[in-house]
Design a protein. Structure first.
Length: 104
């Protein structure tokens, strides 16, 4: 099988999104096992936002309805906005150290 055929199949079937979701799931497990819960909590919004975007991608690639894609995207927006809110109004921001763009 040629590489271009394989790529077409993996993208067209939505498997590419499944693989990415699996990688994020492994990342969540690795953070939970190898790091402290505080690190997982700090990265939770970012990971959830990425998962929602991948859900929208998978739905679009597999012929899902537009309203389902919109729900995934609205979910990603809400989680992303929550992440920005916590970064903008974090204790570090109030202490004058500026916007915390890093999860730590």
């Amino acid at each position: 099988m040629m590489l271009s055929t394989w790529i077409t199949q993996i993208v067209g079937s939505g498997r590419i999104a499944d693989i990415a979701i699996g990688v994020i799931a492994l990342e969540i497990i690795a953070i939970a096992v190898l790091m402290d819960r505080k690190t997982l909590a700090r990265t939770g919004f970012t990971l959830a936002s990425g998962l929602a975007l991948l859900g929208a991608l998978r739905t679009a690639l597999t012929g899902g309805e537009a309203w389902t894609i919109a729900l995934w995207l609205i979910g990603a927006l809400i989680v992303h906005a929550s992440d920005l809110y916590t970064r903008l109004f974090s204790p570090a921001r109030r202490d004058g150290r500026g916007l915390t763009l890093r999860p730590d």
